[in-house]
Design a protein around this ligand. Structure first.
Ligand code: PEP
Length: 252
């Protein structure tokens, strides 16, 4: 039985003071719901260390939103896996559609990042998803298949327990448009079958596949009730403790 995992992607929001207060509120609310669902917060880099200190005695886990695949060197503005580990991160979001489209990340780079994260004992939340144009051209499965096959290339079965896949249709991110539970479930089933084909039935049965794209308190329950939707990657609605906690509760 897979446990639900709710992760909050804060994107480029919240300075240090604001981060402190949001983490404190989430931590407090979690006192009543811990154990039933795994919760991850992914604040900006500048709030990670403070976040880690605040979350020491809490079940809430910490993730970063990106990292470079090299260990160190002349990569101005970038951050490495070991830097994230050193401030207490357990997770890292990789392949987010904003990284793919705004920062030109391709499947090959994402594959390198996934491998570096895993070899550094960071658990990736590996994002995949199609654009509206791709969906309308009936290319959703082809697009997701390519992202997954190329993203996971060379990653052994033994590492698959450390990876979360997040299905995030690009047309639903930050737009207020959500995939219907049936639309999302259909792609989650496709992903689970693909993982079975690439690895094994047990990897496929156990892998967590989150849905992301305008998840809100008023649609989370229906989405999370679907048999193959194991959690949510939440953007906008994770920036307020109330709405994030409502989504967590709906996963319980
Ligand atoms: C995201 O950024 O991963 C996301 C799903 O954003 P939103 O919930 O705002 O659509």
């Amino acid at each position: 039985m897979r446990k639900k995992v709710i992760a909050g992607n804060w994107k480029m929001n919240k300075n240090l003071g604001e981060s402190l207060s949001l983490i404190k509120d989430i931590k407090l609310a979690m006192l009543n719901i811990s154990g039933k669902v795994d919760v991850i917060v992914c604040p900006p880099f500048t709030s990670l260390e403070t976040g880690a200190n605040l979350l020491k005695e809490s079940p809430v886990k910490l993730g970063a939103q990106n990292m470079h695949f090299e260990d160190s060197g002349a990569f101005t503005g970038e951050i490495s896996a070991s830097m994230l580990k050193s401030v207490g991160c357990e997770y890292v979001i990789l392949g987010h559609s904003e990284r793919r489209t705004i920062f030109n990340e391709n499947d090959e780079m994402i594959n390198k990042k996934l491998k570096k994260a895993l070899s550094s004992a960071l658990k990736p939340i590996f994002c995949v998803g199609e654009t509206l144009e791709e969906r309308e051209a009936n290319r959703t499965e082809k697009v997701i298949e390519k992202q997954i096959i190329e993203g996971l290339a060379g990653i052994p079965e033994s590492e698959m327990k450390n990876i979360i896949i997040a299905y995030e249709p690009v047309w639903a991110i930050g737009t207020g448009k959500t995939a219907t539970p049936a639309q999302a479930e259909e792609v989650h089933v496709f992903i689970r079958n693909l993982v079975k084909r690439l690895y094994s039935p047990s990897v496929s049965d156990n892998i967590i596949i989150q849905y992301g794209g305008s998840v809100k308190p008023d649609n989370s329950k229906e989405l999370l009730n679907m048999p193959n939707i194991d959690g949510a990657l939440v953007g906008g609605a994770c920036l307020k403790a109330d709405s994030f906690v409502e989504i967590i509760k709906s996963a319980c």
